[in-house]
Design a protein around this ligand. Structure first.
Ligand SMILES: [Zn+2]
Ligand SMILES: [Zn+2]
Length: 288
């Protein structure tokens, strides 16, 4: 008996990658059109945007290729810890309540993970690729290191399966909200939400998280709801005209896709962070 061919499975993954990337290209093109009409910062280079778009293709391909591994890890974790502690309703208004519960849970888990990414040097080495974008725009949305997606898939998202027994379509619906929220938050768009600026993550609020100014470091971690920043005291409400420059404090950024792929291996400059008003190094060497 011959083993079944892996080609149908590879083709299925390739087709899924193509659809997700095509949707990403459409979203980025639509976002770029809005950014050109109402930019928060002028003079953004086409080369920088092309780099991010190309990197997004590579990143999404790796994420798709890793799916069998993350799925196996999720199943193993849920089985080991006993999945579905709380059974959530999937009908009528109960489904809406379940959607909100899952959305809030994932959002607070993402908030906690994001804080760890800025606190643990090994996670910062990965996450700093996202922050290395000097030009902040919608193409930065997928500029994450692929190992981060592995960590999320193997450790973060299985927690939702451990906590809840819930229909997959409810979890999938929340991922659509997070996807649109992520694209929106990374836009180079001068949108003024006024008194509603702390209701949902948005281009000005998240731009502050990407700021290259030390006083802004370690604020506005949320992925969707600024409520978490408010509750855990990491919120910086931007002033009306506060649209800071973005990037790492040493200005480092990858010059090729290979450098982005191997980003954690580079020699890192230190990140300065504000603790009690005093800038201190969080990595191992003396801050310049
Ligand atoms: Zn961050
Ligand atoms: Zn970001």
């Amino acid at each position: 008996m011959f083993a079944s061919s892996p080609f149908p499975e590879i083709l299925q993954h390739a087709s899924l990658w193509l659809r997700v990337y095509a949707l990403g290209l459409v979203m980025m093109a639509a976002g770029a059109a809005l950014e050109r009409r109402w930019p928060a910062a002028m003079l953004q280079s086409r080369a920088g945007q092309r780099f991010n778009v190309a990197y997004a293709g590579v990143y999404l391909a790796i994420v798709e290729a890793l799916k069998p591994l993350t799925a196996a890890a999720s199943i193993a974790i849920v089985n080991a810890l006993g999945g579905g502690l709380v059974v959530l309703n999937s009908h009528g208004l109960g489904a809406l309540a379940s959607f909100v519960i899952v959305l809030l849970t994932i959002d607070v888990l993402e908030y906690a993970f994001h804080r760890l990414q800025h606190t643990w040097p090994v996670l910062w080495k990965l996450h700093s690729l996202h922050h290395s974008a000097v030009e902040f725009n919608i193409t930065v949305t997928w500029r994450h290191h692929w190992i981060e997606s592995l960590i999320r898939g193997c450790l973060l998202y299985p927690l939702v399966g451990v906590l809840f027994k819930v229909e997959p379509w409810i979890v999938a619906s929340t991922s659509i909200v997070f996807m649109f929220g992520n694209y929106f938050a990374h836009m180079n768009l001068r949108v003024d939400l006024g008194r509603y600026i702390t209701w949902v993550d948005n281009p000005q609020y998240h731009r502050l998280h990407h700021s290259n100014r030390t006083e802004h470091f370690d604020h506005n971690f949320t992925q969707l709801l600024p409520l978490w920043d408010h509750l855990f005291d990491t919120q910086w409400v931007p002033a009306k005209e506060e649209w800071p420059a973005t990037g790492l404090d040493d200005g480092a950024q990858p010059r090729s896709l290979l450098e982005a792929f191997c980003w954690p291996l580079r020699v890192h400059a230190e990140r300065r962070t504000e603790l009690g008003g005093k800038a201190v190094p969080v990595l191992d060497k003396e801050t310049k």
